[in-house]
Write a protein that binds this ligand. Structure first.
Ligand SMILES: *Cc1c(COP(=O)(O)O)cnc(C)c1O
Length: 240
C-alpha cells in the first residue's frame, strides 16, 4: 500500500483535475479525510502530510481518537484540527457531539437540532450543521425527503447555537456516472432554492472515494474521502 502522504497527494490531484474540468477553482473544494475505523496513528500521519479536517461516523470512536491525538501530536497541534461528525446521530449522543465536534453533517430532525443547540457549551462558536437529504428515494433510509428540507432549515436557522451551512447527501452506491450526477445535481438545486431565503448557506457535502468526480462536476464544496486516503476498512463497526 502507498503511504498516506502519497494517497493524500493523489486525492488532492483528483480533486484539482475534476474542479478544473468543471471550470472551477480547485480551492473551492475542501477535502474532509474520513478516518472512521482507522487508528489515531494513521490520522497523525495525515496531519503530518498537511491534512486538517477529519470526518468520523461514531461519536465514541471519534472522542477516543481526539484524545489519543492530543497525546500523540501535543495539545497545541491537536487543537488546530477540525472534526466533522458524518454518521447518524442519535439523540442520546448529542451532548458529546455538541461539545467536541466543529461540524455535524447528519442532522435529520428538529429534535436533534434543538438538542445540539441547547447542549453546545457556552463560549464555543456556533456548531456548523448540514441537513442530510435522501436523494435516492426508496433505496436509502438516511436523510430527510427533499420536500422536508425547507421546513427543517427554517427551524434550524432560529436556533441560537447552530449555524446552518448547507446540505449533505450519500447517494445509493454503485450507480453509473449519469445516476451519480443526477443525484448530486438534485442536491445542488435544493441548496440553490434554500439560498434565496438563507443567504449564508455555502456548503454542499457530497462525493466519496468512488464518486468524487461526479460530485465536483455538480458543485460539491466539500468531499468526504476515506478509502482513497486510508485504504480499505477492515469492517464497519456497528453504529455506536
Ligand atoms: C465512510 C463514509 C465516507 C467515506 O467513504 P469512502 O468510500 O471510504 O471514501 C464518506 N461519507 C460518509 C457519510 C461515510 O460514512
Amino acid at each position: 500500500m502507498r503511504s498516506i502522504h502519497d494517497n493524500l497527494q493523489a486525492v488532492r490531484e483528483r480533486i484539482a483535475r475534476a474542479a478544473l474540468a468543471a471550470g472551477r477553482d480547485p480551492l473551492t473544494v475542501a477535502l474532509l479525510a474520513v478516518s472512521k475505523t482507522h487508528a489515531a496513528s494513521l490520522v497523525a500521519q495525515a496531519v503530518d502530510a498537511g491534512q486538517r479536517a477529519f470526518g468520523e461516523n461514531y461519536v465514541r470512536e471519534a472522542l477516543e481518537k481526539m484524545d489519543a491525538l492530543a497525546e500523540n501530536l501535543g495539545k497545541e497541534r491537536a487543537r488546530a484540527l477540525e472534526w466533522h461528525l458524518i454518521g447518524p446521530l442519535q439523540s442520546n449522543k448529542t451532548r458529546l457531539a455538541a461539545a467536541r465536534f466543529d461540524w455535524v453533517h447528519s442532522v435529520e430532525s428538529e429534535k436533534v437540532a434543538r438538542r445540539l443547540s441547547e447542549q453546545r457549551p457556552a463560549g464555543m462558536a456556533p456548531l456548523n450543521v448540514l441537513i442530510q437529504v435522501n436523494v435516492s428515494g426508496e433505496s436509502s433510509k438516511s436523510g430527510v425527503a427533499p420536500e422536508q428540507v425547507a421546513g427543517l432549515a427554517e427551524a434550524i436557522s432560529s436556533l441560537p447555537n447552530l449555524k446552518l451551512r448547507g446540505l449533505m447527501a450519500i447517494p445509493e452506491p454503485g450507480g453509473d456516472v449519469q445516476t451519480q450526477r443526477l443525484r448530486f445535481s438534485g442536491l445542488r438545486k435544493l441548496l440553490e432554492q434554500l439560498q434565496n431565503r438563507h443567504a449564508t448557506l455555502d456548503t454542499l457535502s457530497m462525493g466519496m472515494s468512488d464518486d468524487m468526480e461526479a460530485a465536483i462536476a455538480e458543485g460539491a464544496t466539500l468531499v468526504r474521502i476515506g478509502t482513497a486516503i486510508f485504504g480499505t476498512r477492515e469492517k464497519l463497526r456497528p453504529a455506536a
